[in-house]
Design a protein around this ligand. Structure first.
Ligand SMILES: O=C(O)C1=C[C@@H](OP(=O)(O)O)[C@@H](O)[C@H](O)C1
Ligand SMILES: C=C(OP(=O)(O)O)C(=O)O
Length: 455
């Protein structure tokens, strides 16, 4: 695939099948760069003065959409080698009006953060996305950004396509997030870069803080104070952001799939190297340990300002646990794969407070229940909680899973297929490339078999 243009899908779906490998997952692997940090590295590069060099950038379709959008907004974005990119920025307030519609593909992060970027610039832009993204709520960013002076026109219910008229003099916002969302927090902070004065965001529960970290890394003044389970963030507006090198750690949300596969497939002991261990991202690893998983972190170090380590997962029995709602922001994308792990555990697993899963690439609560049901695993939804009661034996498998344009549902179903009694198929594996290009090849390399292949 060319990396110079936004990716295109052809119409054909790619059904995949996963079956038990003859032996476990072993060896040492690396997964691609963190998606959240990759989006932000390109955006901050575009807002900074000078040339930002990025290494370890995730070349997944979601991030390539952001790269294309930064070009359309006037930055020069070059791919120098695998994961090695350079962005020549325009300076805060210097983005230019895009000549065409910005197509954000499948990416909620790209769409919502770019709304924040555009809101503070006196430019007009239209954002759209694929059918999944066009069904996701955008009012959560439109409402606060409109209070800064930007104007939004969208479809009913605040869906894409969306037209934005940014403003030359945005007002600094003082905003309390109604939902725990790093995307909404980041959109408000990005708009705040162009505002005169202090932008203040209160989040009732702490969400991933890559935007705050990167703001500081590029020279902005940011204050963060703990407040209960949450935080208050203050940003001084109109800083001069200066280009700074970014090294992107391996994505813990991607590492989750091979690591959980290793916990479930007998004979496995697998190490994933250089995984990001930002404490606001590691809720899954905490939960798996509580389930009795043999997960060992070695070689902990700081890389590019983020903590990273090598994680080794070794197969063994798991037991059910109660996952508190407060942990949700630190593992929000990991519930489908946690539900797969819980399907192999003994006892009851209750995952609390999963409301936000309903507005991801698919309704992930419904898609996870359907994924499990198709493979002989009963799960119940009570309010916003997901509950499984299991006996420690592998699920029957044999199911066909509808992925609803959702990469994490596709990868979770395939991991279930690696451990279940019968092979599992998914209707479409194409969306895996949004966050984890090379997933099947990497998993097959670790099993030494073609355990995942076209169906
Ligand atoms: O800020 C980010 O990079 C992300 C925030 C989360 O979304 P919400 O902000 O909607 O919780 C997460 O689900 C998404 O994959 C990435
Ligand atoms: C929810 C996700 O991403 P986004 O919101 O960026 O589409 C995800 O990657 O699981």
């Amino acid at each position: 695939m060319s990396h110079s243009a936004a990716p295109q899908h052809d119409a054909a779906t790619q059904p995949l099948r996963a079956s038990r490998p003859g032996s476990g997952l072993t060896g040492r692997i690396r997964v691609a760069g963190d998606k959240s940090i990759s989006h932000r590295a390109l955006m901050f590069g575009a807002l900074a003065v000078g040339r930002t060099e990025i290494t370890g950038l995730l070349e997944g379709e979601d991030v390539l959409r952001t790269a294309a959008a930064m070009r359309a907004l006037g930055a020069t974005v070059d791919r120098l080698g695998e994961g090695h990119w350079q962005v020549a920025g325009r300076g805060v307030g210097g983005l230019v009006e895009p000549a065409d519609v910005l197509d954000m593909g499948n990416s909620g992060t790209a769409a919502r953060l770019i709304c924040g970027l555009i809101a503070g610039h006196p430019i007009f832009a239209v954002l759209t996305g694929d059918a999944s993204l066009r069904s996701r709520p955008m009012k959560r960013v439109m409402d606060p950004l409109a209070a800064s002076g930007a104007r939004f026109t969208g479809r009913a219910g605040g869906r894409l396509p969306l037209a934005i008229e940014g403003t030359a003099e945005p007002l600094p916002l003082d905003y309390r997030l109604p939902v725990a969302s790093a995307q909404v927090k980041s959109a408000v902070l990005l708009a705040g870069l162009c505002a005169r004065g202090t932008t203040r965001v209160e989040e009732p529960e702490a969400s991933r803080d890559h935007t705050e970290n990167m703001l500081r890394h590029f020279g902005a003044t940011v204050r963060v104070e703990a407040q209960g389970h949450g935080r208050v963030i203050e940003l001084e507006g109109q800083p001069e952001l200066v280009a700074a090198p970014v090294h992107v750690p391996a994505d813990p949300s991607s590492a989750a799939f091979p690591l959980v596969a290793a916990l479930l497939v007998p004979g496995s002991s697998l190490t994933v190297e250089g995984v990001g261990l930002n404490p606001l991202r590691t809720g899954l690893f905490t939960t798996l340990r509580e389930m009795g998983a043999n997960l060992v972190v070695t070689n902990e170090r700081l890389e590019g300002g983020e903590p990273v380590g090598d994680i080794t997962a070794t197969h063994g029995p798991l037991r059910g646990v109660d996952v508190p709602a407060e942990r949700a922001p630190s593992m929000i994308d990991e519930y489908p794969i946690l539900a797969v792990a819980a399907a192999f555990a003994s006892g009851t697993t209750r995952m609390r407070g999963l409301k936000e899963l309903r507005v991801k690439e698919s309704d992930r609560l419904a898609a996870t229940v359907a994924l499990l049901a198709a493979n002989g695993v009963a799960a119940e939804v009570e309010g916003d909680d997901l509950i499984l009661q299991r006996n420690g034996r592998p699920p029957a498998g044999g199911g066909h899973v509808t992925t609803h344009m959702d990469h994490r549902i596709a990868m979770s179903a395939l991991v279930l297929g690696l451990g279940a009694e019968q092979a599992v198929t998914v209707d479409d594996g194409r969306f895996i490339d949004t966050s984890f290009p090379g997933f099947a090849a990497l998993m097959n390399g670790a099993t030494g078999a073609e355990a995942i292949r076209p169906a």
